[in-house]
Design a protein around this ligand. Structure first.
Ligand code: GLA
Length: 701
């Protein structure tokens, strides 16, 4: 038995490797003392045999297989000539640095090696990936290879999982990690609205959490087998894997397939988990995050004009946007080919002469003259059957020869793995980006991949290659990943994107919940957050501008409504919030995000703390059961520091009436971090659908 210890800043992993046997994770938790005797640690966790168990109790370890009596989901599944193969991968070699270990498992009979790599990154996040290599002369079909197989430490006994639908992303449920385990998968060729590629495990006793995610923009399978009969120590096994109808691919002699990375993170509580993951994204995943300029306020034409576009209307919209303080004007769907509705012209990426007789130039110039930059919507991976592209190349879409080509939103999917398709898109997008001053692309994806003829995983790999090519050629252009809202949000696509569209639902009540859920895994600067119209086109709900604007401010703020249809008073409230956003985005987009909890489930809050400043958003969604809501207790402050606390205006209509000391809240109270976090502050949160901002400035000691 060889023990390997890896240390991060606050984290220790201990692996136990047996040559010719298994490799297991003996310890995964807070950093251990330097002089911990690892052999004794392992002995303290060892179990003897119990009844009804194989004589040698099987250890699923880091590469669980159906062997020796273990009955859970195998991490690896191989076929040859359609025949499922019995595998027996044994640990052969391992090498370790201070923060990573690479373990080679070998199945001599099959002639295949699997290399499993665990790495603690500089942000104290764990990345895990596997590579299989076919060392035989015969082809192997790889049906399944989990990116991570985590023997779950026994203290994690509860799970928070996510589920959703279009316009209702990331609804979370917490429950016991019960014997039936957990299983979730997507099948649309992208993570979809299901949310199963994000998980949180909880130690119910201490509050410690373990976050898990698969950094992959295609289909996934997530499963947790709890105490599978035969297991050596009753630990659950969590697996996250990429998936596709035809498995993961064919391994020719001497070829390899690598899984995407799975990401694990440990933290003392959910706020600390969010901060750890945000730090990781900012430092290690997002494209050149350190060079980003302040996140500009967007105006997006979609919920303002839909398909009813003309140069004059767009120019007027741009003028009204600029008057509010908007900094980027995004032209959404409807500007190309014959695209007057959603049933036509995807693939024809040339400017529509009907809408723009002189091309896009005059509109873009106008937008720049107004002091804004310009963004453009595209859906590059798609083709409408009613398009010049489809008429010229009907074979370029994903299809199965001789079978129907069912559409979704009137469209089909291009097969990006065909070099001529990728080249066409690279040239079409490149032409637009070279001819026009375009700062930002909203990259949409509104259809599932069917029938894909087993090409789903290849499609995702080809998408990454296309995005990489475009980023290299146009490094200053920012990209948003949108997929009918949040159907393709993951750490894989975020290597190329600056922002995601968390939901098509701009209803501020829904959005509050959706933003809080996504912000568990993603920092506010990548989460697009727009003020929509009232009534909201999806929910029909009418909400005050003050509430809509405060909710939108806590993200990457934008507006997706026509200012012409707002009252003068609403425009003034919106402009004031845009100014507040500009004043506070440095804090929101670089700060540490803490989740605020309140005894009333109708009250929800977040606070971003950066250096000497902090900004909190506290919202009341339902009618308070009491006249005087419990004080809101803040988080993330320094206990002994003193803070000047103000409630930035504008305030919701009735707040002034209910505030005991309006004047003092304008001027600021001075309170210690300890008082703000323990005692809290009483806010007039008695009306449903109201929100307040709390601004804090740390005073010199
Ligand atoms: C998708 C997006 C929307 C909008 C429309 C345009 O639904 O999620 O934001 O861009 O497409 O067709």
């Amino acid at each position: 038995m060889d023990y390997v210890r890896l240390d991060g800043a606050a984290l220790t992993l201990v692996f136990a490797c047996v040559r010719g046997g298994t490799a297991d994770l003996t310890y995964c938790g807070a950093r251990l003392p330097e002089d911990e005797v690892i052999a004794d640690l392992a002995a303290a966790g060892a179990r003897g045999l119990h009844e009804s168990q194989p004589d040698i109790a099987p250890r699923p370890g880091l590469l669980p297989e159906r062997k020796g009596g273990w009955s859970g989901t195998p991490a690896i599944e191989l076929r040859r000539g359609g025949q499922r193969l019995e595998t027996d991968f044994k640990a052969k070699d391992w090498s370790a640095g201070s923060a990573s270990i690479e373990i080679t498992f070998s199945d001599h009979n099959l002639g295949a090696d699997v290399v499993v790599i665990w790495r603690i990154t500089k942000s104290d996040v764990i990345e895990v990936e596997c590579t299989i290599t076919n060392l035989s002369q015969q082809e192997l079909d790889l049906v399944r290879l989990a990116a991570v197989s985590l023997p779950v430490p026994r203290r994690f006994d509860e799970i928070t999982s996510f589920a959703g639908r279009w316009a209702g992303e990331m609804r979370e449920t917490r429950r016991e990690l019960a014997p039936e385990g957990f299983s979730h998968k997507s099948a649309g060729g992208k993570p979809g609205f299901g949310g199963g590629n994000w998980l949180i495990l909880h130690d119910g006793a201490s509050g410690e959490v373990l976050g898990a995610h698969l950094a992959w923009s295609g289909d996934y399978q997530t499963c947790i087998d709890c105490d599978p009969p035969g297991s050596a120590d009753g630990r659950a096994v969590l697996q996250m894997a990429a998936a596709g109808d035809a498995g993961l691919g064919c391994l020719l002699a001497a070829s390899s397939i690598k899984t995407p990375k799975a990401v694990l993170a440990l933290a003392p509580d959910r706020s600390a988990l969010a901060q750890r993951l945000h730090t990781y994204l900012r430092a290690e995943i997002l494209p050149r995050r350190e060079d980003w300029s302040p996140r500009k306020v967007h105006l997006n034409s979609w919920e303002a004009l839909g398909f009813d576009l003309s140069q004059d209307k767009l120019m007027a919209l741009a003028e009204n946007a600029a008057a509010l303080g908007i900094e980027r004007f995004v032209l959404d769907d409807g500007w190309f080919g014959g695209r007057r509705n959603d049933q036509t012209s995807l693939g024809d990426w040339t400017v529509s002469a009907d809408v723009f007789p002189q091309g896009l130039g005059p509109l873009i110039d106008h937008v720049h003259t107004l002091g804004m930059d310009f963004g453009l919507w595209m859906e590059p991976e798609m083709v409408s059957p009613d398009s010049d592209l489809y008429r010229a190349h009907p074979d370029w879409c994903l299809h199965v020869d001789g079978r129907d080509r069912p559409t979704m939103r009137g469209q089909l999917v291009l097969d990006l793995s065909r070099p001529e398709v990728a080249d066409y898109l690279f040239a079409a997008l490149g032409a637009l980006l070279c001819e026009h001053r375009i700062a930002y692309l909203k990259w949409d994806h509104n259809r599932d991949l069917f029938p894909a003829g087993g090409r789903q995983t290849g499609q995702t790999v080809a998408l990454y290659a296309l995005l990489r090519r475009l980023r290299d050629a146009h490094p200053l252009v920012e990209i948003e990943s949108c997929s009918s809202g949040g159907a393709r949000i993951d750490y894989g696509i975020l290597r190329f994107c600056h922002r995601v569209w968390p939901s098509d639902n701009n209803d501020a009540i829904e959005r509050l919940r959706i933003m809080r859920a996504w912000s568990q895994f993603l920092p506010l600067e990548v989460l697009g957050s727009h003020v929509g119209p009232s009534p909201n086109p999806i929910t029909g709900r009418r909400l005050a501008m003050d509430f809509r604007a405060k909710v939108a401010l806590f993200g990457h703020m934008g507006v997706e409504a026509d200012p012409e249809r707002m009252s003068e008073a609403e425009r003034a409230i919106l402009a004031a919030h845009i100014a507040l956003y500009k004043a506070w985005r440095g804090v929101l987009h670089q700060g540490a995000l803490h989740r605020l909890d309140h005894p009333d489930p109708g009250v929800t809050g977040l606070i971003a703390v950066h250096r000497d400043e902090a900004l909190a958003l506290v919202a009341q969604t339902t009618f308070s059961p009491v006249f005087d809501a419990a004080p809101v207790r803040l988080a993330g402050l320094e206990r002994h520091a003193r803070y000047r606390v103000t409630l930035p205006e504008p305030w919701p209509g009735k707040a002034r009436h209910y505030l005991a000391n309006a004047g003092q809240w304008r001027q600021g109270l001075v309170l210690s971090g300890a008082a703000l976090m323990q005692h809290g502050i009483a806010l007039p949160l008695t009306h449903p659908e109201t929100a307040l901002l709390i601004a804090l400035e740390r005073l010199p000691a």
